[in-house]
Design a protein around this ligand. Structure first.
Ligand SMILES: C[S@@+](CC[C@H](N)C(=O)[O-])C[C@H]1O[C@@H](n2cnc3c(N)ncnc32)[C@H](O)[C@@H]1O
Length: 237
């Protein structure tokens, strides 16, 4: 299956790439660093394990895996935006021992690896942008070794109450303006809240992971429900 929104999404990330890290820190009040760290803390891999970070963007998750798991872990970041990758490679060079982390151009639908290659697959703030979520989840499942782990970190909508009202106001009114001011791309920062609001609720997404073949699927909400970490495992054979 193809990602219908693919050309628009790729083009959007190519344009906002130079401001992407700065705006992430600003718009999340630096919580994005904590969210990624929590995802990597939840990851279990054997010594020297192989990890794929899909939709790796500028490499923040890949760098965090290197920091937490050490230089023996082999991390591959894959993204279809050349500009995000270029900025990521420049960041990785001084931060990482050579050979431990590699970033390459690849679409999450069409990964250039043999099935059963990875001990873990991660995707942070990427699955929301992918129209064919179920097929991409199945693809991740195929690329995991038996017993391997999938971790998905994604923005989510708080359930109800004051937090939901504040969130909606910030997300729909304030965030697009800040995004537009710094990136000059209003469409991208209008698309961001729309893509989060359209994302399935945690139970639905977890069920989708189950349909893609994952077992022991769990999720954990963070920061009053504005981010959710999902994890699941591929069955031991
Ligand atoms: C919001 S950014 C997240 C980047 C990074 N994971 C992070 O934590 O900051 C989403 C990334 O997904 C990438 N992306 C979206 N759809 C993709 C696809 N089908 N295949 C590969 N990369 C994709 C975009 O190019 C972009 O870099």
């Amino acid at each position: 299956m193809n990602n219908m929104e693919l050309p628009f999404i790729r083009e959007m990330f190519e344009t906002i790439a130079p401001r992407y890290d700065f705006l992430n820190r600003l718009l999340s009040l630096r919580q994005d660093i904590v969210w990624r760290r929590n995802m990597v803390r939840a990851m279990r891999i054997p010594p020297g394990g192989r990890v794929l970070d899909a939709a790796c963007g500028t490499g923040d998750v890949a760098i965090e895996i290197y920091r937490r798991k050490g230089p023996d872990a082999q991390v591959i970041g894959a993204d279809f935006s050349q500009e995000m990758l270029r900025l990521g490679k420049a960041k990785i060079k001084p931060a990482v021992k050579s050979g431990s982390v590699e970033l390459l151009a690849a679409d999450a639908f069409d990964l250039p690896f043999k099935p059963g290659t990875f001990d873990a697959v991660t995707i942070a703030f990427g699955i929301r942008n992918i129209a064919g979520k179920l097929s991409v989840l199945k693809n991740f499942h195929d690329h995991l070794k038996p017993g391997g782990m999938l971790l998905v970190l994604e923005l989510s909508t708080p359930e109800k109450g004051l937090m939901l009202d504040l969130y909606m106001f910030y997300f729909n009114k304030i965030l697009p303006l800040i995004g537009w001011f710094f990136s000059k791309n209003l469409k991208a920062y209008q698309y961001l809240p729309a893509s989060v609001l359209n994302f399935p609720c945690a139970a639905e997404f977890a069920a989708m992971m189950g349909r893609a073949g994952f077992c022991d699927v769990q999720w954990k909400k963070m920061t009053m429900g504005i981010v959710t970490l999902y994890r699941g495992r591929k069955n031991e054979e």
